[in-house]
Design a protein around this ligand. Structure first.
Ligand code: PLP
Length: 404
């Protein structure tokens, strides 16, 4: 019997864990040490979970083995509501907060509940590829708007405006951004919100890196600027709270939610369909958002994440023909390779060749729906010394690299 995959998967991919990752796993199985710079997994590089969160999970474990309500524990949703209120978001109702097994699950639910076949969602290029896969899997179409490398990787507002059609339902904002590290100023967010108002679009704001910003850059929650726009804000425990394996996230609907009663009903039904989110992880949310184990020490001058960001940025720009906009937030750098100097036709082949030769696993820019083979993403989680050595190896590899 031949079993073939559904045609629903056509055009869906997730290159961060794609075919090159399978080669990496094979190399590891053969006994090679592969430096995995493809996923933003803090624990892998020694960023332990905050002790307070672990203590709360352990303390609550005996009572965490049953289901919760589908939206999630009320105490955790209350903590989330309060968190966004302190960030200036008005009228956050716990009934409009959904806990999930990571932001990933919630993004899928948000699209499933919204899209009719052929509906369009504006998604940044480059993007975190879940945001392209989720509308596609749900019968929709991800329409990519460009972010401008010459302008700190901010969204190109003209490009957004030009791509709005009568099928456009929503616009996705990833801020702080994966993969570029951009953090958007208020004016940029305001301009996007103006377009959302004018064209009656929902705004999906992925803010999973909201506390990971460098150089005194202040992050603003999109929803705080738009009490009159339906915003869905996504965040979770994976990055800021260094607990990716707990698979814990939330989405918060704010703005004119009375007009979205049917959408909320659909989301509630879908939340019930997957019963509830991982319960031990739900227990950790109040203490996480309480802030005692804040990530600030890591991102301030002298902090490990900040030093690593600096080291990566400097080392990347030291490679001839490679240039990198300084990341202002998140855990990645997204440098450009000058194709005049390095004639690369396939960036997937580039990263595979690098993996096979150097045992370094980075991700090709086209894996983030970037239209040209002239970028790659590297995580900035290794220690600064290690990053310098790793990027030095990438530079030497490129110097001798000829693609056939
Ligand atoms: N959103 C962005 C921008 C991410 O970078 C990631 C993970 O890398 C996710 C969402 C997924 O988060 P979670 O672990 O909560 O599913």
């Amino acid at each position: 019997m031949q079993v073939t995959q559904s045609s629903k998967l056509a055009g869906v991919s997730y290159e961060i864990r794609g075919p090159v990752a399978e080669h990496a796993a094979r190399l590891e199985a053969e006994g090679h040490h592969v430096v995995r710079l493809n996923t933003g997994n803090p624990l892998e590089f020694g960023f332990d979970a905050p002790q307070e969160m672990l203590s709360d999970i352990v303390r609550a474990l005996p009572t965490s083995t049953g289901y919760t309500t589908s939206k999630g524990l009320l105490a955790s949703r209350r903590a989330i509501a309060q968190y966004y209120e302190t960030r200036g978001v008005e009228n956050v109702d716990v009934e409009n907060i959904f806990l999930g097994n990571g932001v990933s699950e919630l993004v899928m639910m948000a699209m499933t509940a919204l899209l009719e076949n052929g509906d369009e969602v504006l998604v940044p290029a480059p993007d975190f590829p879940l945001w392209t896969a989720a509308p596609t899997l749900n019968g929709g179409k991800a329409v990519h708007y460009l972010c401008d490398e010459e302008s700190e990787w901010y969204p190109d507002l003209d490009d957004i405006a030009a791509k709005i059609t009568d099928r456009t339902r929503a616009i996705v904002v990833i801020n702080p951004n994966n993969p570029t590290g951009a953090v958007y100023p208020t004016e940029v967010l305001e301009s996007i919100l103006d377009l959302a108002r004018k064209h009656r679009l929902i705004v999906f704001s992925d803010e999973i890196y909201d506390k990971i910003t460098y150089d005194d850059v202040v992050h603003t929650s999109t929803a705080a600027l738009a009490p009159d726009v339906l915003c869905v804000t996504f965040s979770g425990l994976s990055k800021t709270y260094r607990c990716a394996g707990l698979r814990s996230g939330w989405m918060v609907l704010t703005g004119p939610t009375s007009g979205a009663a049917s959408y909320l009903e659909g989301l509630t039904m879908l939340a019930g369909l997957r019963l509830c989110a991982n319960v031990p992880a739900q227990q950790a949310i109040p203490v996480a958002l309480g802030g005692r184990q804040s990530i600030h020490d890591l991102v301030l001058p002298g902090g490990r994440l900040r030093e690593q960001r600096d080291a990566a940025w400097e080392a990347l720009n030291a490679i001839p023909g490679v240039s990198c906009v300084k990341p202002k937030g998140a855990l990645y750098a997204f440098p450009r390779i000058d194709l005049e100097m390095y004639p690369i036709h396939s960036d997937e082949k580039l990263v595979l060749d690098l993996l096979l030769q150097e045992k370094l696993h980075i991700v090709q820019g086209t894996g983030f729906n970037w239209p040209r083979p002239d970028h790659f993403r590297i995580v900035t989680l290794p220690h600064a010394d290690d990053l310098e050595a790793i990027i030095g190896r990438i530079g030497r590899f490129l110097a001798n690299y000829r693609q056939r």
